[in-house]
Design a protein around this ligand. Structure first.
Ligand SMILES: [Zn+2]
Ligand SMILES: [Zn+2]
Length: 259
């Protein structure tokens, strides 16, 4: 991931509101297409231009050829708000985030997210590294649904990781029950990506706690009831994989540690 500065030079009379709205619309279009990561883009006024700090999945992530129709439209609208096309200044690698997947095209993918991620929720099946979404084929206009799903997933994960949970077990249930709304939505998105890209897309089903740790290692696939235990964990993270249901999962965390 790369830290970059986007500079929007003023080329005509405008007011702050119009300029700010146009910048927000443009950057959000890029966020919902996976070209900019995260939701924050601190923006400063600097004499004759606005400057926004963004994180990119790749150095060339902002090329127009990757833009969605919405991104191209928002780019054109900048001029209406008195702003020039943005100038990109790369500032260097982001030391705080994961490295983007090196594969041109992965063999298979895993849809996976945790609260602390600042990257794409789609991982390469081989390297488990995040895959920039704009490089994939997509059945929709952009990846807004997937990114909104990821935001909710991360919010619930954040809640269930806290020691004094405000939602008791309900956040964890959303994450680990196969048929929670969150997981149904995530699996539907994985299926859409699989169809659009003709590559298997597995859904990573979180497993945090269970009533019975003695049965945990031998549990069956919650989708089909079949045996899905792997001889060796995948990416040192997943103990289970069901090819039929396109699911990967782990032995519940509570059963893996003495705490
Ligand atoms: Zn890869
Ligand atoms: Zn299954």
């Amino acid at each position: 991931m790369y830290v970059a500065q986007l500079r929007f030079k003023l080329i005509a009379d405008t007011d702050f509101n119009r300029a700010e709205t146009a910048i927000r619309r443009y950057i959000e279009a890029l966020i919902f297409n996976g070209q900019i990561l995260g939701r924050e883009f601190p923006t400063a006024w600097q004499q004759d231009s606005f400057s926004s700090r963004v994180v990119l999945p790749a150095e060339d992530a902002l090329l127009q050829k990757y833009h969605s129709a919405r991104g191209l439209y928002a780019l054109e609208q900048l001029a209406e708000a008195g702003l020039a096309y943005p100038q990109l200044q790369l500032q260097g690698m982001d030391l705080m985030s994961q490295h983007t997947d090196p594969c041109d095209s992965a063999g298979f993918y895993i849809l996976y997210s945790r609260f602390s991620d600042t990257c794409s929720a789609l991982r390469c099946g081989e390297h488990f590294a995040p895959v920039p979404l704009y490089k994939l084929h997509n059945s929709g206009a952009d990846y807004e649904q997937l990114i909104r799903w990821q935001l909710q997933y991360q919010a619930l994960d954040e809640i269930q990781m806290q020691h004094s949970r405000v939602l008791l077990k309900s956040a964890e249930r959303s994450l680990q029950q196969l048929n929670s709304n969150l997981n149904k939505q995530g699996r539907r998105l994985a299926t859409q990506l699989e169809k659009a890209n003709s590559k298997a897309v597995y859904y990573a089903l979180y497993s945090g706690s269970t009533m019975d740790c003695t049965a945990e290692a031998g549990k069956t696939c919650p989708g089909c009831g079949g045996d899905w235990r792997l001889a060796r964990p995948l990416h040192q993270l997943f103990d289970f994989q069901c090819r039929h249901c396109r699911l990967v999962s782990n032995i519940a965390w509570d059963c893996q540690s003495p705490s």
